[in-house]
Design a protein. Sequence first.
Length: 443
Amino acid sequence: MQSGALQKCIEPTCGLEYPISDIRIECDRGHLLDIKYKDTPHISLKDIFYKRRNHSNDIFNESGVWRFRELLNFCQIDTENFDEYSKCLVSLDGAEGRLSKPYHMSKVSDYVGLKNLLLQPEGYNPSGSFKDNGMSTAVTHAKLVNINKIICASTGNTSASAAMYAANENIECDVYIPAGEVAPGKLSQAFQFGAQVIEIKGNFDDALSASLKKASEVGGYTVNSVNPFRIEGQKTIVFRALEQLDWNPPDWIVYPGGALGNTSSCGKSLMELYEWGWIKKIPRIAVVNSEGANTLHTLYNGKFEDTNLRWNKGKPDVEIIKKYYTYMDKNGIRPKTKATAIQIAKPANILKGLRALEYTNGVVTQVSDQEMMDGMALVGLNGFDCEMASGAVPAGVKKLITEEIIKKDDTVVGILTGRQKDASIPVDYHKNPQNRFANPPRT
Ligand code: F0G
């Protein structure tokens, strides 16, 4: 039944393969995995996806993830047979991805100096971030392999999403979080949705190590973005953006960079669509790091030992990554940014991220906390809500335009990854008249 899809090591020189039913986040040689499909989906599906927007009370057509189910059919189900797919696919009543599509935000456009800028608010997902795109697919796989407990580490949004889906599917959920480093609104979601919170002294990277260790000891099911089934769901962020553009790819797709799950899923979706002949042009990916958590920026742009780290057709210089991590550990360099969502120093998907950047001729930049807050405030002035990490997108676009890397007549889609879940950040921002877009109260 599942022979048309499998799990495959991303490294071309390794290429180990496993059935879909295997529970693993890496191959036996320790490399990340992709989900691979044998068949090429027919291009006429574009019309079917469009028609499903008139969902006729089918929650899987209403879902912005499962509307594209043929392109992530790792369950190998009959995608037209409701009785069959409704038993298999996990959805929060069709809510994941339903409200997210790219919008023009005129004030952001004016500020960054780009007419054709579209921003896609993924915060309008049921748990308030893009994570629901991938959590619906990861939990679908967990159910397929009869798992009754999921586990993750998180800077807050992954845990909120995992806890929400776990509650809805009546399975257990353990979340490992860096103590004191998670936005209160995110932490409250984990508690509210009944997850077991495990506080780790340290940062996200420490929490991820602890949760992966626990998962490997007890055979736990990890739902972090190193899980290749998460990446499948997150491809639909790109599908929705492209559909809105009549499948005419933009010049750029821009993301904030944390663990690089989004970068990886964007790359995978573009590789597949291009190889299937669904798109004729490959957009360039721009990743925006916070200056305080800028490992990718440092390594990609040769700021450490003058080496530009690249995927290098599947032969990346992994030694330089290890060396940099040792250097950070030795010198007590810890990620530090007010945008705690992306306060990550060791991006777990770095190799997949590099592959995506190579395939798309991508770039990596970095912005300050102040620039992210200005970006966040500006999105608010257009009547949209996003958190500080998402403010990295307008800030990064502005920087890349100033550097003439993004040209003024380029079309750019930026992903606003999450909703505001720490009200103190905008309140403090707006109370301080020194801030560029402050809207201070009158007394
Ligand atoms: N934006 C937001 C709002 C996030 O929550 C995250 C990651 C990112 C961007 C970075 O995305 O990891 O795909 O590069 N949050 C994770 C979490 C790490 O645990 O919630 P990425």
